[in-house]
Design a protein around this ligand. Structure first.
Ligand code: PMT
Length: 436
């Protein structure tokens, strides 16, 4: 049966109106607002991890995707179609031989509508059927008919996952172009510990975003720095800055989505690591410099978003400094300017710096662009509301070596990363054209 079918007007029945997303949801701008939202068809197979697919739908809708859910009969034993329909705002398809569903949704229509086809959870049975070319229910039929990229997020008992037949099926699917995520390790609903947990919904969303992106940075090796430095004063205290690492991590995430190889040299942060990046963790500016110089020869592009500490205490006390009633005077020594050092030996690489300013934004940024021999500098006024440290958003002006100055409005750090890469590619193309 088609749960909560649209009424004659094409609008959803009454309960949909009450189930509007909560007012405090932040809708994250995904792509060009004028374009139709990308469409994800989510196949849900019958496993206990179905409850996580509910959260996946919520996240996808929050990120601006149009979500259509196809469930197997077994999945409907775990979670009702009504739950998915309420969250996706669209009718849920479950039956291939239902006349109403076929006329209102249509299995080929579903297959064609998908920009990405995701199956989460993908059970051993479902993986086996797809690998064997079996299409005996709605989900397997639609996945067989789709031309969209297919992403499978497996979830099952650890011994089922390790079974050589299942592993052979996964290899076969990968060979023919299906994308199969690795399940997570941990406690499984069947009582075992091991590999078999459905990847977290946030990771699945990230995979979907990667599949949707044009791979226009393929072949680039990005070396990105992020976060603050901690310059120790004694064994318990340090000098640091307010940098959270969000800007550098956004550059890494978006670079990976666009097909680049990414090495991320990260100062201390609590952010989740971008999947697929090589991450080198550092503390002080000297450690950051050593890591950057080691990775530099392999890089084609360097993006320095880190708030590198300009100074460090001249002396690090071997024991915790005792509290006294007297004033303490600190002597600070300058750290090396990493970016300037790279600018002097860039040898065809593209160098992108950031300028954290509180006054004379463009003039100061131009000076840094010139003095550090950069191709692009991203100037952000860190005193401005919505811009700079710790936030998910930034307000930046992009300046490049041709003299162009491009002020940008408030946007998320991921959107800014996209704008920086767009400018990088256009500069590279101009360089290549003029070399012909
Ligand atoms: O991490 P978030 O909370 O997301 O905040 C983001 C940010 C505000 C830190 C980021 O957008 C930013 O502006 N990063 C650069 C901060 C900075 O150090 O700016 P600067 O103007 O002092 O330095 C200019 C450039 O030289 C930067 O690319 C910096 O990485 C580099 N530099 C600076 C000093 C030094 N000793 N070595 C360097 O390589």
């Amino acid at each position: 049966m088609l749960a909560g079918r649209p009424g004659r007007s094409g609008r959803m029945p009454g309960f949909m109106k009450v189930c509007k997303p909560p007012a405090n949801w932040v809708f994250l701008p995904l792509m060009d607002a004028k374009k139709a939202p990308p469409s994800v068809v989510l196949g849900v197979a019958g496993g206990i991890a179905c409850y996580k697919s509910v959260e996946l739908v919520r996240l996808l809708v929050q990120h601006g995707f149009a979500v259509r859910v196809v469930m197997t009969r077994e999945a409907a034993e775990f979670v009702t179609p009504l739950t998915f329909q309420t969250l996706s705002g669209r009718p849920v398809a479950t039956e291939i031989f239902s006349l109403t569903q076929e006329s209102e949704i249509g299995h080929i229509n579903l297959a064609d509508q998908a920009d990405v086809f995701v199956i989460a959870p993908a059970t051993a049975n479902l993986i086996g059927k797809i690998a064997g070319g079996i299409a005996d229910d709605l989900l397997t039929t639609v996945v067989m008919a789709t031309q969209a990229p297919v992403l499978l997020a497996p979830s099952m008992n650890v011994h089922m996952y390790e079974n050589p037949i299942l592993q052979e099926n996964i290899r076969k699917l990968r060979r023919v172009g299906y994308h199969v995520m690795e399940p997570a390790d941990g406690y499984l609903a069947c009582g075992y510990e091991g590999k078999g947990r459905l990847p977290e919904p946030e990771q699945i969303v990230e995979e979907i975003r990667r599949l949707l992106k044009k791979k226009d940075l393929a072949g680039e090796k990005l070396l990105i720095t992020a976060g603050p430095n901690h310059e120790p004063l004694d064994p318990v205290r340090y000098l640091g800055s307010r940098s959270s690492g969000k800007m550098g991590y956004a550059l890494a995430q978006v670079g990976l989505r666009r097909g680049a190889e990414v090495t991320l040299v990260s100062g201390p942060t609590t952010l989740p690591l971008p999947q697929g990046a090589k991450v080198v963790r550092v503390g002080t500016a000297a450690e950051m410099r050593a890591a950057v110089l080691k990775e530099f020869p392999q890089a084609t592009v360097v993006l320095m978003a880190a708030a590198v500490a300009d100074y460090r205490p001249e002396r690090i006390a071997p024991h915790k400094l005792k509290k006294t009633e007297t004033t303490i005077h600190l002597t600070l020594k300058p750290n090396a300017d990493i970016l300037k050092e790279l600018g002097a030996k860039k040898n065809g690489r593209m160098l992108i710096g950031f300028a954290a300013e509180t006054e004379e934004l463009v003039a100061n940024a131009k000076k840094k662009l010139r003095e550090k021999n950069l191709d692009i500098i991203v100037a952000n006024n860190v005193a401005e509301e919505g811009s700079g440290f710790e936030r998910d958003t930034n307000i930046a002006t992009l300046l490049d070596r041709t003299g162009s100055v491009q002020p940008l409005p408030l946007m998320t750090k991921e959107e800014l990363a996209d704008r920086i890469y767009d400018l990088l590619l256009s500069l590279k193309n101009t360089k290549e054209r003029s070399a012909v």
